[in-house]
Design a protein around this ligand. Structure first.
Ligand code: AMP
Length: 282
């Protein structure tokens, strides 16, 4: 595996691979890699000939009171994992080379990014879409991989790729979970033992929603009420949102039909966790 901080070197190496007829796969991450990231990497490895992974903790997508400073960093272990998973090229840029002092251009999706997490984290998705656009321009991948765990993010990236005619195809891979079904996340490391135990309630609530939909409940309000009951039983839990939406565009729905997004954002203590499932009524 080649590791480089240099934008020019990434362009050169990827350009050479493409010239040799190789399909270029790309997995952008913020590091502190876990099995969720590795499942994207393994999928990308299978589907492409030359695999690029980036590790960059993007300051632009963190709010002023969010966890940028304490976000977990473990580059040594990350490199070992990436080598083991046969990644060809690791892009590990420095922040001041990505955002030069005179940086003044931002990419903003204006519909989907206003909803759900966009409401509670103003500026977050603009930070994501700006860095992802830059990374796509640097790497120029044929295929790019994102996790369903961050469903709204994946949908927004699909939308900017379509609206702005990016050449890369966007692939969404399933959420990888712990044994007790908590979605893997670098932020799980912040949870105390008690919070970690309580956090299982998120998946319990999602499962209950799915059960109700399969049992022919069509009213999102009734389902959300049940989900809230399950989560608020946990003393450390504070609900940011619980929503049932059209899975295509995250628009509000009055009746459940077709592909439906069931998502939750919940604080356990100071840690904000998100999770979702997609269900179809039939
Ligand atoms: P991050 O490092 O948190 O920015 O995540 C990098 C990529 O990994 C994103 O596309 C995430 O959606 C994806 N990802 C994070 N956690 C999981 C998970 N538990 N299962 C699948 N994909 C994940």
């Amino acid at each position: 595996m080649i590791t480089t901080k240099s934008i020019a070197k990434i362009k050169k190496l990827v350009g050479e691979s493409r010239k040799n007829g190789k399909t270029v796969g790309f997995v952008p991450t913020m590091g502190a890699l876990h099995k969720g990231h590795l499942s994207l990497i393994d999928k990308a490895k299978k589907e492409s000939d030359y695999l690029v992974v980036s590790i960059f903790i993007n300051p632009l997508q963190f709010g002023p009171s969010e966890d940028f400073k304490k976000y977990p960093r473990n580059i040594k272990k990350d490199k070992q994992l990436l080598k083991k998973h046969e990644v060809n090229l690791l892009f590990y840029p420095q922040a001041d080379k990505i955002y030069t002092p005179d940086f003044s251009t931002f990419v903003q999706e204006k519909k989907i990014s206003k909803k759900l997490c966009g409401k509670s984290r103003p500026g977050h998705f603009q930070g994501v879409t700006t860095i992802v656009t830059k990374l796509f321009n640097i790497v120029q991948p044929d295929l790019s991989y994102f996790g369903q765990k961050d469903y709204q993010q994946a949908l927004i990236i699909k939308k900017i790729a379509k609206d702005l005619n990016f050449a890369t195809k966007i692939k969404i891979a399933p959420t990888i979970r712990e044994k007790d079904k908590l979605a893997l996340s670098s932020r799980n490391a912040y949870l105390s033992r008690k919070e970690r135990k309580e956090s299982r309630a998120i998946y319990r609530a999602l499962t209950q929603a799915k059960k109700m939909i399969k049992g022919k409940e069509k009213n999102p309000k009734i389902i959300i009420k049940e989900m809230k009951k399950i989560i608020t039983k946990e003393p450390a839990a504070k609900i940011d949102y619980i929503e049932i939406r059209n899975a295509k565009n995250l628009e509000k729905i009055k009746t459940i039909e077709g592909k439906t997004f069931i998502g939750a954002a919940v604080y356990f203590g100071k840690t904000r966790l998100i999770d979702n499932i997609i269900v179809s009524k039939n």
